[in-house]
Each structure stands twice: as structure tokens, then as C-alpha cells.
Write a protein that binds this ligand. Structure first.
Ligand code: NAI
Ligand code: MG
Length: 814
């Protein structure tokens, strides 16, 4: 047995296997045989084909080959589901996408292990990259669904979309396709790649569980012929494809003149360009991520290493040393760098191309260790002495094979980089920002990474130039692929539904949604008969993440319009405001630096917790303002929707790149203002507050909130929602009491950077006058707003007020 001392000497890795138990039990539940998922149900299995684990060569399941009739049925189901899905209010679709993101997260390890077993990629990658990106994609597009009416006004869903995906990132490619299509209101028929059908089926089950209406998502498996049947189906309105350029070309021809919209994400031979001032150790790690990530089976893999002549020898030596340390082996071993190649046919293709490289005269190098002999493994491979015109320098190998070429001048590097019919991605490595930004626009590629590689995010578009395809996936660009100019909703008989495009209040939940909402029945309404007095609920203030007693021991009695006593709220004073400002100041730095994604997550979390207590809040509002149960419910629903709106905006309120009259760019960044005091309108006790807090914190500000003076109890009830929603201490502080008096303290305070005031004309004058002390920004108004109306109550006006723009000029070139 090895001793600890020996291990310490050798630093050997022991095996660190991930358990496949859950996957085995999931497969067992299905008896390892699958039909298609069509119209919200599994179809009877038909003619089956084997699903292989390429690391073991064992059959792990059998899946049905989709026939023309299967495709027909799926298209019919999608067509049938379209009108209702498209007509859902944006918020309702946002809720479904959000639930999908949650569903993926809840089953993340099951999906990660299943993906590893089906595809052969390492658990380290499926667990840390694929599946988190899948969830991220659904979250991001929940946001686009929410903002659809305002951000894509005048546009509507295209209709029934056919989506055909490859095997290299099975679930991630599914997410890239399904999330934007659903957000825009389309219905879907998706065909996974024949080598990797399983995570799509598991996803179908998750979608089913969260209540996606039948027919909205249909999954049909099969080979190229099944794909072709989808492409050729007359009742499909759009095709989205990711895969080889060869098949992309077939699909372009097949759809030509059909009126089908088309987006293609095809192959690449992406350059990885290293200049002689680059940090070589970072370059080595970059190369590992560029070409040995996912065994090199990546459409944007940095597969051509272009090195400036003077450093080539040094870099190649460093690379070989690093390759010697890479570990290839069981994908379920957590300490493995590279797993298996997807299938024997792909392994043969790689072997063949490497052989061709050798016979064309290039020098091939592989590490001294051997790969496992069972299963489809191939070692990391490095070619030097490569001619730019040779096969291995031109053809997409789609394996762990890197070809190296050298150049002398930056000009030559651009020529070499562009010496390919593809144009998907490029990496540029140099310590000189001038050089990087000079080269970036010259390389023909849809994505350019400076001193980095293989970075993906749902908020940034991805897609190619030239033969790498057209259309973008991700970001605002990606949404356009699933939208067309709208003309109202078509109904049977070709008429139009009047006013279908007009949806001012997107708060009304659909029937589909009410069914899945957790019903909370508060016990406060009908207290059981008892001789004991009710337990007193005296609210406090909310400062620095804690409920705090007010400085002075005064409370304000809160009455309903008809004079009924409802409760008491603490009377905050100058000292309480000062404590709150201090808390907001100390939270400002880290909150301002949090990513938009993180801030969005917290806004969604608040919405989720509010939604769980929706009925209780509605009762409270009705009690305070006697507006009737329906109107109170509407206010709560609108508040939840508004939180979603700003959850959505958190990672989308982008800056801009301005065209300035220099050779270069000016990058306009939206920055938070800092600490904002918010004096809320009186009339909507909950929605008024959320409408101000939402945009302020989504953009990275911290806040001191003075809630409705007449009806503050929805705000004090809200403390416990905040406490359970991971809102960092100090981001939202709430001080109840005399609105104008407290607002004046905020406006005079030098550590408050902006004040928003919604109230009386006198209050507006006071706020603007008092804030002159440190020239803080104010947004003060006495005009009434219809807070229920999404045009009046939310959107860019609020985001602009919450941010300030910083312009960063970056000149480049000689
Ligand atoms: P492929 O392009 O044939 O397969 C991609 C998808 O298209 C699969 O779902 C497949 O069933 C489907 N398909 C095949 N023929 C079709 C047709 N006529 N109509 C509609 N759908 C069709 O890729 P394949 O054969 O798996 O791999 C071959 C080569 O393609 C790889 O060696 C690699 O070089 C390249 N490739 C590139 C990808 C990329 O993302 N850039 C992804 C997959 C493969
Ligand atoms: Mg497989």
C-alpha cells in the first residue's frame, strides 16, 4: 500500500469517481427505453437505436428513431399549442422560463452525470460549465420574456420552430435553442444528435414537471433523416441548426425559397494568435482551454496556434511540458482533464486526419503516457512545421489536435488568421492593448477574445462570419432570431384578434400559472376562538439587514380610510435615517460590484418569496386601503411581475460603444449612482415601494426607503421577505414615519448620492432645495402615476434615473 509520505513525494492523483447511482436509477425508471416527447406525453417506443457511453463502449439506453409520422405529430402538437402560448402575457412566459432554470438547477448533478455518460465529456466540465450555463441561459431568457413587449415592441413570435443540435454540448445547445424560442413565444420541435439524446429527454421530463403546456416543447430523436424531415416539413416556420458546415449547406438549400427563417451555427478553425510580448504562462493555460476543453470537440476551439517567430520555440517547449501533465481517463473521475471522444466514427475521423498531417510532412508530438485502451480516447496532440495550405491547417478536425504556425509581423498574423473559409472565433494574446484592439477588428470572426478564450454567456451573442454560419445565439441579438414583425395575433380563419398586441398590465396571471402557485392560507384572518389575547406584532425598522427598534419609542397608529385601526408602525427619526445611510454606504461597494446576474437572482428570489405569501399581502393591502380583494391581489401580482422586470434588467441594462471621431472606441458604461434615498408614493403601499427599489438595486445602488406614510404595513411585512431572500445587509433599509420630515434628512445628508421623492408639490420643492448641499441627483415629482401600468410604472425611465454613464475612450492602432 502507498504511504502518505510516498504520495507526498509523487503527488499522484488517486481515483475520485463520481457516483452514477442516480443516473442508473433514472434510466431504470424508464427501463432504459425511450419514445419521443410529443404533445406533453411520451410516445410508444418505435424502432430503437442504441445510446452508447463512449468511455465504456457499453449501451446505456435505447431511443426511438423518429419517422416522418413522428415529425408530423410533433409539428401538429406544436402548431396546436402555439396560439395559447404566444398569447400568454410576457410575465407568464417569464415564469415558465424561470421555473425551467430552477428545474435544471435542482437536477443539476443528475444532468451533469448523465451528460458525461452519454457524451464522454468530463464530469468536471459538465458539472462546472455545461449545466451552470444551461441554467444561466434560462434565467437570462426569463428576463427577455418579461421584457418582450417593451424591448421588442411591434414584434411577435415566428411560430413553430424546428431545432437541430449537435452532440458536443448536448444540453447546452438545447438551452441555446429552446430558451430564446420560448421567451419569444414560439413552440418547438427539437431533435438532439443521435450520439447524445439522453439529457434532452431528461430535460423534457423536467419541463413536464414544471407544467410547460403540452405541445410547447416536443423532442423527437433520430438521425440525419429525421432532421431532414423537420427541415422539409411545410408547417415549420423557422429552422435553427448547429452542426457541421456540410449539413448546414444542405439545410440552406433545402429551405431556400420556402419562406422559412433560418439560423446556422456551423464549424470553425479558429485562430489563437500569440504575439511576442504575451505572458507565455497564461498563454499555455489558454491553449489548454482552447483546444483540450471538451476533447477539442468545440466549434470555436482555438485549433490553429499562430505564434510570433521569436517565441515559438519557447512556447512549444512549455506546451509539451504542460501536455505531459494532462490526464485523460474516465469522464466520471473528478480529477480528469479530458474524457472520451463522442463515438468511434469521430475517433476514426481524428485518427485519419492526424495520419494525413503526418504524411503531408508536419511534425506530430504526443505525450509519453498512454490513454485507456477501452473506450474512445485520444491523446492531446500537437503539430509543428505545418504548411498553411495543408489539410490539418484547413479542415475542422473536431478533436484534441492543435496545429502550430508562425508569423513575423502583426500584418502577417492577420493574413494567416483569416486564411480559412470559417469565421467563428479568435483569441488574441498580447500585453499591448493597442495591438490587441488593432487586431481585433481585422480578424473575421463573430467573437474575439483578448487574452482569454472560450468565454460564453447568455448575455453576449455568439455566432459566426462567413462559412461559420449566420444568426446569433444569446443576448438581444439572439432574440431577434425568434421574432418577426407583428400584426396582431392570427386566429383560425385568418382574422385578427383586436387589441391582442395591447397588453398594458402584464400582471394578470394566467390560469396555467395559478395552478402551480403554492397556496398560502394565512391563519391571521380567522383566528381560532381563544380566551388569550393575540400575540402582538409590532413592527420595527429594517436597517443593515436586521429589524431594529426605532431610536425613539414612538409609534404611529395606522388607520384604514374608514377609520378602522389596523396596527402600528414605528416613528423613525433623524438618527434612524443616519444609521440607515451608514448601512447603505457600507453595502454600496460590494453591491455595486456584484454581477448583474447575481443582482437579478436576488430580485427573482424576492419575487419568489413574495409570491409564496401573495394572499397574505393582498389581505394586508385591502385592510389598509380598502380597495377590494381583487384590486389588492392585482397590486401584489404586479409587484411580483415588477420584481421580475428588474431581475430581467439586471444583466441587460447594457452600455454602448460610441462611434467617436478617432480610430478607436468609446465605451459607455452605466454605473450605479451609489446610495439612493427613496420616498415612496402613498397610494400603492407595496407596488409603489417595489417600483422604486427594483430599478435602484438592479443597477447596483443601495437604498434607504421611506414607505407609504399612510399605509406602511405592507413594507414592514416585507422585512421577512427580504430576510429570506439573501439580500445583502444594507442594500435595502426601511425607515417608516413622517415622509417629508424623513425625506428632508435624506436630502440634506452628504453621504446620500440621490433622492427620489414621490409625493406633494411642497415635498418636491423641499427635496430639491435640501439636496443642493452636495448637489445630489434628485428625481422628485408630484404627478400621479398609474403604477399598475407597465408603461408608466417601470422601464428605462427608472433605470436611467438609477444610473450614470461613464465613457471610456480606447484609441488603438499605430
Ligand atoms: P452533423 O452536422 O451531421 O450533425 C449535427 C446534427 O444534424 C445532428 O443532430 C444530425 O442528426 C443532424 N443532421 C445530419 N444530417 C442532417 C440533414 N441532412 N438534415 C437535417 N439534420 C441533419 O455532424 P456529425 O456528423 O455529428 O459530425 C461530423 C463533423 O461535423 C464533425 O466531425 C465536426 O467536424 C462537425 N461538427 C461540428 C459541430 C459544430 O458545432 N461546429 C458540431 C458537430 C459536428
Ligand atoms: Mg452517446
Amino acid at each position: 500500500m502507498t504511504t502518505v509520505a510516498e504520495i507526498f513525494q509523487t503527488m499522484e492523483y488517486g481515483p475520485a469517481p463520481e457516483s452514477d447511482k442516480e443516473v442508473v436509477s433514472w434510466l431504470g425508471k424508464h427501463e432504459r427505453v425511450f419514445g419521443h416527447y410529443v404533445g406533453g406525453a411520451w410516445t410508444e417506443p418505435g424502432q430503437l437505436f442504441d445510446v452508447i457511453n463512449p468511455a465504456t463502449s457499453k449501451t446505456i439506453a435505447r431511443v426511438t428513431e423518429g419517422t416522418k409520422a413522428d415529425v408530423d405529430a410533433a409539428v401538429n402538437a406544436a402548431r396546436g399549442a402555439l396560439p395559447a402560448w404566444k398569447a400568454l402575457p410576457p410575465h407568464a412566459r417569464a415564469r415558465f422560463l424561470y421555473a425551467l432554470a430552477r428545474g435544471v438547477q435542482k437536477h443539476s448533478r443528475l444532468l451533469a452525470v448523465l451528460e458525461s455518460m452519454d457524451n464522454g465529456k468530463s464530469i468536471r466540465e459538465t458539472r462546472d460549465i455545461d449545466i451552470p450555463l444551461v441554467a444561466r441561459h434560462f434565467y437570462h431568457h426569463a428576463g427577455w420574456a418579461q421584457l418582450l413587449d417593451s424591448e421588442f415592441a411591434g414584434y411577435e413570435a415566428i411560430g413553430v420552430v424546428g431545432q437541430i443540435i449537435p452532440w458536443n454540448f448536448p444540453l447546452l445547445m438545447l438551452a441555446w435553442k429552446i430558451a430564446p424560442a420560448l421567451a419569444a413565444g414560439n413552440t418547438i420541435i427539437l431533435k438532439p444528435a443521435e450520439f447524445t439524446p439522453l439529457t434532452a429527454l431528461c430535460f423534457a421530463e423536467i419541463a413536464h414537471e414544471i407544467g410547460i403546456p403540452a405541445g410547447v416543447i416536443n423532442i423527437v430523436n433520430g438521425h440525419g433523416e429525421t432532421g431532414a424531415a423537420i427541415v422539409e416539413h411545410p408547417d415549420v416556420d423557422k429552422i435553427a441548426f448547429t452542426g457541421s458546415t456540410e449539413v448546414g449547406r444542405i439545410i440552406r438549400k433545402a429551405t431556400a425559397g420556402s419562406g422559412k427563417k433560418l439560423s446556422l451555427e456551423l464549424g470553425g478553425k479558429s485562430p489563437f494568435v500569440v504575439y511576442d510580448d504575451a505572458d507565455l504562462d497564461s498563454v499555455v493555460e489558454g491553449v489548454v482551454d482552447a483546444i483540450w476543453f471538451n476533447q477539442g470537440q468545440v466549434c470555436c476551439a482555438g485549433s490553429r496556434l499562430l505564434v510570433q517567430e521569436g517565441i515559438a520555440e519557447r512556447l512549444v517547449a512549455k506546451l509539451r511540458a504542460r501536455m505531459e501533465k494532462l490526464r485523460v481517463g474516465s469522464p466520471l473521475d473528478k480529477a480528469v482533464d479530458m474524457g472520451a471522444i463522442v463515438a468511434p466514427v469521430q475517433l476514426e475521423r481524428i485518427r485519419g486526419l492526424v495520419q494525413q498531417g503526418v504524411s503531408e510532412g508536419a511534425t506530430m508530438w504526443q505525450p509519453s503516457w498512454a490513454c485507456p485502451t477501452e473506450g474512445c480516447f485520444y491523446p492531446p496532440t500537437l503539430f509543428t512545421d505545418v504548411q498553411p495550405s495543408s489539410t490539418i491547417a484547413q479542415v475542422e478536425i473536431f478533436g484534441p489536435v492543435l496545429v502550430t504556425m508562425t508569423f513575423r509581423t502583426p500584418e502577417e498574423s492577420v493574413a494567416l488568421a483569416n486564411n480559412t473559409p470559417y469565421g467563428l472565433a479568435a483569441s488574441i494574446w498580447t500585453e499591448s492593448i493597442n495591438l490587441a484592439l488593432d487586431i481585433a477588428p481585422k480578424i473575421k470572426a463573430g467573437v474575439v477574445w483578448v487574452n482569454s478564450t472560450n468565454m460564453f454567456d447568455a448575455a453576449a451573442g455568439f455566432g459566426g462570419y462567413r462559412e461559420s454560419g449566420f444568426g446569433r445565439e444569446g443576448g438581444r441579438e439572439g432574440m431577434w432570431e425568434y421574432l418577426k414583425q407583428g400584426g396582431g395575433l392570427k386566429v383560425e380563419g385568418g382574422g385578427k384578434v383586436r387589441g391582442a398586441a395591447r397588453r398594458t398590465v402584464n400582471a394578470a396571471p394566467s390560469n396555467a400559472l395559478t395552478a402551480q402557485r403554492a397556496v398560502h392560507s394565512p391563519s391571521t384572518l380567522n383566528p381560532p376562538p381563544s380566551t388569550l389575547p393575540l400575540i402582538d406584532r409590532t413592527p420595527k425598522l429594517f436597517i443593515a439587514g436586521r429589524q431594529a427598534r426605532p431610536d425613539q419609542g414612538y409609534s404611529r397608529r395606522i388607520l384604514s380610510p374608514s377609520g378602522r385601526g389596523i396596527g402600528e408602525s414605528p416613528e423613525g427619526n433623524r438618527k434612524d435615517i443616519r444609521n440607515a445611510v451608514e448601512a447603505a454606504q457600507s453595502a454600496a461597494k460590494s453591491w455595486g460590484r456584484a454581477t448583474g446576474h447575481n443582482r437579478g437572482q436576488i430580485l427573482y428570489y424576492i419575487a419568489e418569496n413574495l409570491s409564496a405569501r401573495a394572499e397574505e399581502f393582498a389581505e394586508r393591502i385591502d385592510e389598509m386601503i380598502e380597495c377590494g380583494g381583487r384590486r389588492a391581489k392585482q397590486e401584489v401580482d404586479a409587484s411580483i411581475s415588477r420584481l421580475f422586470t428588474y431581475g430581467a434588467w439586471a444583466d441587460k441594462y447594457d452600455g454602448a460603444v460610441h462611434s467617436v471621431p478617432i480610430r478607436g472606441v468609446a465605451i459607455a458604461m452605466n454605473e450605479p449612482i451609489g446610495v439612493i434615498g427613496l420616498a415612496c408614493p402613498d397610494e400603492y403601499p407595496l407596488l409603489g415601494m417595489i417600483s422604486l427599489v427594483g430599478p435602484a438595486i438592479a443597477t447596483g445602488n443601495t437604498t434607504i426607503v421611506i414607505p407609504s406614510q399612510t399605509s406602511p404595513l405592507a413594507a414592514t411585512d416585507f422585512y421577512s421577505v427580504l430576510e429570506t431572500s439573501d439580500v445583502p445587509a444594507g442594500v435595502i433599509n426601511i425607515v417608516t414615519g413622517d415622509k417629508d420630515a424623513l425625506a428632508k434628512v435624506l436630502a440634506e445628508h452628504d453621504d446620500v448620492e440621490a433622492v427620489w421623492y414621490f409625493g406633494t408639490r411642497d415635498g418636491v420643492r423641499m427635496t430639491e432645495l435640501a439636496s443642493a448641499s452636495n448637489m445630489k441627483r434628485t428625481w422628485a415629482t408630484w404627478h400621479e402615476r398609474d403604477w399598475l401600468d407597465t408603461k408608466d410604472g417601470e422601464g428605462r425611465e427608472f433605470l436611467r434615473a438609477a444610473t450614470q454613464v461613464k465613457n471610456i475612450w480606447v484609441p488603438y492602432g499605430e
